[in-house]
Design a binder for this molecule. Sequence first.
Ligand code: GLN
Length: 550
Amino acid sequence: MADTPKYIFVTGGVTSSLGKGILAASLAKLLQLRGYNTIIQKFDPYINVDPGTLNPYEHGECYVTDDGAETDLDLGHYERFLNVPTSQSNNVTTGRIYETVIQRERKGEYFGKTVQVIPHITDEIKRRFMLINENSTFDIIITEIGGTVGDIESLPYIEALRQFRYDYGPENCLVIHLTLLPYLAAAGELKTKPTQHSVKLLLQSGIQPDILVCRSEHKIPADVRQKVARFCNVRLEEVIENLNASTIYEVPFLLKKENLDTVVLKKLDLKPKQEPDMTVWKKFVSRLKNPSDEITIGLVGKYVELHDSYLSIAESLKIAGAENELDVHIDWIHSEDLNPENRDRLLGHLDGILVAPGFGERGVDGKILAVQYAREKKVPFFGICLGMQMAVVEFARNVMAWPEANSTEFNPKTDHPVIDLMAAQQQVHQLGGTMRLGSYECTVKRNTLAHNAYQVTRVYERHRHRWELNNEFRKQMERKGLIMSGCNPDNDLVEIIELKDHPFFLGTQFHPEYKSTVESPHPLFLAFVNAAQLRHSDVSQETVLPEANG
Ligand code: GLN
């Protein structure tokens, strides 16, 4: 299409957690299926330069892109829905905006002027709105503004949006406002007042939203839609119902039913190029919603109270399960709770064990116990990043008989530092963007579980770590059965480990969960889920056979 893309902004009103990310991803999917090259970016109003330094309890998982950006977890939704990679420019925070402006000020680039929120911060926000298109030619750019309208910290974004829309032309720039219609049981009614107030707040900032997407737990009756339209200055067709869905992957269908995509195209003066072909998506959702069996995976981690901390892992498991019509039930196991006494009880019923990534010593012993259980009882095992490192430590301690073996992250003085700080990390003292981040090549060894899954010998996977398998101990461990099935071709860093004589025991230094999408489930997650399914059917065979025979 034209080299000037159309812009859609998504703002949120009434309350947080209404699902702006899912709305943006679902709309983008519909527009993509209609033949428009669509991308999504997110602007977050917090002061951290990126979420890399945030504790997962604060903000859920930190999602990593190919170019090594540590970003908001919504980018994971964007990639899983759109099946196109995102990058550093897809996620911008207030911290990054200020960092740029302050650096410019220090260089004297403002020529002695007073540097202010308006125009300097807002100008930088507007520049960033467009930066994503610098080396691409998107037809449509969807920009999600984090936070809720009315928040002090969102104000510069709303002001930048007002100016941008005015400069860029309202016919090229839409604002979709996501709000809530709460249901009052006592009155038996959906209430519109919070939405009216939220739109008034936007109007105070000079923005009339073009479309209102209304989250609701009940179908929105015609008179309520009419009321929202009348009080908020939009047409009836521009009030879109957004009911709770049984899975986030169903949201594109719900929004299509409400004609969100056609209303958007009409308002942007774009012709629908084609009917969206939803076949692949439909098949996926149907498998997801109609599983023929269920498997249980134990996810062992230390942030399990907040499931969003492991969002991409959980979604990757779900996506891999759907491929085989399996419902993957996740048993969230707190690694700090695991001990030798309760180990059998907490892990005995599992079809597969996944030991999660992490930083710091808390819960590490539980992770090692879970690895040992999976290795000894031949339960399918998948270790990711710290999970892989703990698999190596467990092997060193219990197979190599090096009882003090450890990662130097937890014991810098150990005699057997089987996991050690990478050479390139020795001089790093600053946090934030300093880990080994992003996509690196990995050569996969033939005749291994990994090769069986990938079916190719060269893959690229995303990383986020400082420690690595110490090659000094590699030969000795290989002799005892630890297989290094994937290595970086440039520096020989071990990327994948596995075990012989085990149905499925595999650990990756990288994070495969960042690359699993609906249209392209990750081969290692597929292989792990398959192995778990096999174990599940073996175990159920054992339990039903005697009766069946009898
Ligand atoms: N803490 C480990 C490291 O930095 C593992 C990191 C992770 O699991 N992402 O190497």
